[in-house]
Design a protein around this ligand. Structure first.
Ligand code: KG4
Ligand code: ZN
Length: 335
């Protein structure tokens, strides 16, 4: 079964063709990052307009890459939410029109469930049940995943998402947008032990997060160090990054122990942070827990994960009609 996936929830326009939910035949991502970088963050109206311009060529490229035509497609999956309403509308309306014109089933995919599904596209995937962390610019959610699309939320951030904290700290330090890769690169030149930033909400049995305290502590430190040099900046980046990694790792391992899971999967933009993956893997190994993380191409927003989730939904007859609309905030379809 060949599923065409379409993603347009934020600042990436993507199309992918996935066979039987696991084999990526094509995956094309057109990123708007360089446009939004000028403004230091995503400008929603600009994002919508750029999706409109990109969606046709991105689909054509995906079909060419897979060596198929629309006649070969068996179903369509598009991101329905959460995300920026205007941006979502472009991809979802496009998918609706295609599905209607070609008489194909349409799955309206939850973007967060799709990030978890990116783990299914790996050669070695976590086995059910497992603990999943979706960690991006908009979310920091821990789930107990009991089966395809059966995701029980165990905890989430009460304020900033981890990626958002990376972006805001980078901005304070005069680094480029998005902040995650910039902080990770600078942190490599610093010592994470030099400056100890707070680790929040580490109380046992609580799987929620708070990152605004770390962010404020960095702001205070920068304020108290007006003529900061490059080495000191690198120590700040390393100290901040380690504080985030400590909290994420501690909560994930505690969640796995709480639910007697031996596998942890991480997904979303921040899972591209190799320092995080390495440290989490080492710490988890001490507890005989395996860590799974997607390759860089599947960490950030992409349409292969949308097609993978859509395949499961279409097989279970969880399909959308033309009257169904997008949604901006979290809503789960799988449980
Ligand atoms: O999943 P994603 O592409 O988009 C959504 O937010 O849905 O995630 C983007 C986020 C940004 O906040 C970015 O700074 C963060 O992922 N990110 C990273 C790294 N690469 C991207 N954070 C830490 N380290 C990285 N290497
Ligand atoms: Zn995302």
């Amino acid at each position: 079964m060949l599923i065409l996936g379409i993603e347009s929830s934020c600042d990436e326009t993507a199309a992918a063709i996935v066979e039987d939910g696991v084999r990526i035949r094509a995956s094309v991502v057109s990123s708007q990052v360089s446009t939004h970088a000028i403004y230091g963050g995503v400008v929603p109206e600009l994002a919508s307009r750029m999706h409109i311009e990109a969606i046709d060529p991105v689909l054509d490229q995906a079909l060419a890459q897979a060596g198929v035509s629309l006649d070969d497609i068996d179903g369509i999956a598009a991101t329905r939410g959460p995300g920026l309403i205007g941006a979502l509308l472009v991809g979802f309306s496009y998918a609706k029109a295609l599905a209607w014109a070609r008489n194909l089933p349409l799955a309206g995919v939850n973007h967060l469930e799709a990030h978890i599904c990116s783990l299914q596209l790996l050669d070695h995937s976590p086995g059910f049940p497992f603990i999943a962390l979706v960690v991006s610019g908009g979310h920091t959610n821990i789930y107990h995943v009991n089966g395809p699309g059966v995701c029980n939320l165990m905890g989430q951030t009460r304020d900033d998402a981890a990626g958002e904290a990376f972006d805001k700290v980078a901005k304070m330090m005069g680094l480029s947008y998005p902040g995650g890769p910039a902080i990770e690169a600078l942190a490599k030149k610093g010592d994470p032990e030099q400056i100890k930033f707070p680790r929040s909400m580490l109380k046992k049995g609580n799987f929620d997060f708070s990152f605004s305290g770390i962010k404020s502590a960095v702001a205070r430190h920068l304020h108290e160090t007006p003529d900061i040099n490059e080495t000191q900046s690198a120590h700040v980046a390393a100290g901040f990054q380690m504080a985030v990694i400590d909290v994420l790792s501690a909560k994930l391992i505690a969640a796995a122990q709480d639910k007697h899971c031996t596998d942890i999967g991480i997904a979303g933009g921040v899972s591209a942070n190799q320092t995080f993956v390495d440290i989490l893997s080492k710490r988890a190994e001490r507890h005989k827990i395996n860590v799974f993380s997607p390759p860089l191409s599947l960490c950030g927003d992409n349409a292969a994960m949308i097609a993978a989730r859509g395949w499961e939904m279409i097989r279970n007859n969880q399909v959308c009609g033309l009257a169904d609309d997008v949604y901006s905030r979290v809503r789960f379809t799988g449980t």
